[in-house]
Design a binder for this molecule. Structure first.
Ligand code: ADP
Ligand code: ASP
Ligand code: MG
Length: 429
């Protein structure tokens, strides 16, 4: 017997039939002797639909009101799921993020969890009830307003609750069988990864693989909570996200004495939501880069890659990538400091795509860059920017080349499987 936190994503609870199927799954876990806490996302694409509705009313809705609206999505699914479980004869109780003790900072739309005080959830477990918690939402410690954790944030709610409740495992149920070497909607020959380290998963999530919310993986690593990603539509065991040490132990166990080489690349991720800004003609002298990046930091812009060109005639260009959603804010902030920074002009380009190769095996394999750039060259794909970490190479291409680059690299590193991965549901939106 153990304590399991199970999170069901939107595609797993898209309609009444799906909700009843999930309810059966939960009761089976309880009937086999476990304590279960459930976290649920909004039904299907309803968060997108609510966002579209808000945009139809106002081009720039106030962040507080948008959060109030979006949190309604999870309220609907949590209540319906509790009803479906009650119908199967067990006691379920639904809780909003606030009722479940998910305390956040006040940044609407991307709030960070600062504390979890799950008193009511523990009480419910003690009474033998199944708590159903609304994912993606919390309450601001200061303003007491409802907040949201950013798109995909229900994963983070689940891991945060698992950590606060000292659960044995956090299971993330979705519409594919686990974490694959690439998004199976982009490359159908994606291969399921049975075990992946927190570190590799962090890089994949940070660079566009939306299978797990980035902060959920950070939280799990910090709290040593194992995550199991699996499908709510099948009985496949899925993928275990765990520490380096545990991953190495499991790898050794499966190899049963034979030496199995660690894969060089664990996965390929693509991100189509970034843009690129070039600051043309800045003076090549100490303090200029500091002014540029202080300006962007003050505007709350998150940067990704940064490249500075070789200078000529005392001037240089600085190029960086950032989330497309921050583009207008970054341009306005830089324009406001044009005299201080003394640049000649700004160039904005959002027709880019980023492809990232991730793998802990890269550390001990010197040929990764050679294979990568040869494969892209043979496919006639131009590389615009490159950045690396110890276990990742990211490449910026034209947007129209990015998906082909993803496929080409997946093949070049021998990751294509023989069969096609199953995508059980969802629209991939
Ligand atoms: P949920 O509604 O369950 O939260 P999401 O749509 O947020 O589901 O995440 C699941 C989707 O993530 C999959 O359907 C798949 O298209 C996408 N995805 C992206 N990268 C990967 C990957 N490496 N492995 C598996 N799925 C991936
Ligand atoms: N419903 C929210 C979203 O669509 C949160 C989540 O699904 O994790 O982003
Ligand atoms: Mg998700």
């Amino acid at each position: 017997m153990g304590l399991v936190v199970q999170k069901y994503g939107g595609s797993s609870v898209a309609d009444a039939e799906s909700i009843k199927r999930v309810a059966r799954r939960i009761t089976e876990t309880v009937n086999s002797g476990n304590e279960v806490v459930v976290v649920v996302s909004a039904m299907g694409d309803s968060t997108d639909e609510l966002t579209d509705l808000a945009k139809g009313v106002s081009p720039n809705p106030p962040a507080r009101e948008l959060d109030m609206l979006l949190t309604a999505g999870e309220r609907i699914s949590m209540a319906l799921l509790a009803m479906a479980i009650a119908d199967l004869g067990l006691h379920a109780r639904s809780y909003t993020g606030s009722q479940a003790g998910v305390i956040t900072d006040g940044s609407h739309g991307s709030a960070k969890i600062i504390d979890v005080t799950p008193g009511r959830i523990q009480e419910a477990i003690g009474k033998g009830h199944i708590p159903i918690v609304a994912g993606f939402q919390g309450v601001s410690a200061d303003s007491k307003d409802v907040t949201t954790l950013g798109r995909g944030g229900s994963d983070t709610t689940a891991v945060a609750l698992a950590a606060a409740l000292h659960a044995d495992v956090c299971e993330i149920y979705t519409d594919v069988d686990g974490v694959f070497t690439v998004d199976p909607r982009i490359v159908p020959r994606a291969r399921l990864v049975p075990v992946i380290t927190y570190e590799e998963m962090l890089e994949l999530s940070a660079h566009g693989a939306k299978i797990l919310h980035l902060r959920c993986v950070e939280y799990a690593r910090r709290s040593s909570i194992p995550i199991r990603v699996r499908s709510s539509f099948s009985n496949h065991v899925g993928t275990l996200v765990t520490s380096d040490k545990e991953a190495a132990r499991l790898l050794a166990e499966t190899s049963e004495g034979d030496t199995v080489e660690q894969a060089i690349i664990s996965g390929v991720a693509s991100d189509m939501a970034e843009a690129k800004i070039t600051i043309v003609g800045v003076p090549d002298e100490p303090g200029i880069a500091a002014s540029v990046f202080e300006t962007l930091a003050d505007a709350g812009v998150n940067l990704d890659m940064i490249v500075q060109n070789v200078s000529s005639a005392g001037q240089t260009d600085i190029t960086f990538t950032l989330p497309m959603a921050d583009g207008a804010r970054a341009l306005a902030a830089l324009e406001g400091r044009r005299d201080g920074i003394q640049f000649a002009s700004l160039k904005y380009d959002d027709a880019i795509g980023k492809v990232s190769l991730v793998g802990a095996g890269m550390r001990s394999y010197p040929g990764v860059s050679a294979v990568t750039f040869r494969a892209l060259a043979e496919a006639g794909i131009n590389v615009e920017m490159i950045s690396t970490s110890e276990i990742r190479i990211s490449i910026v291409t034209r947007a129209q080349d990015a998906l082909r680059a993803t496929q080409v690299l997946h093949t070049a590193f021998g990751l294509d499987s023989d069969g096609e991965a199953v995508v059980y549901a969802g629209t991939g939106r």
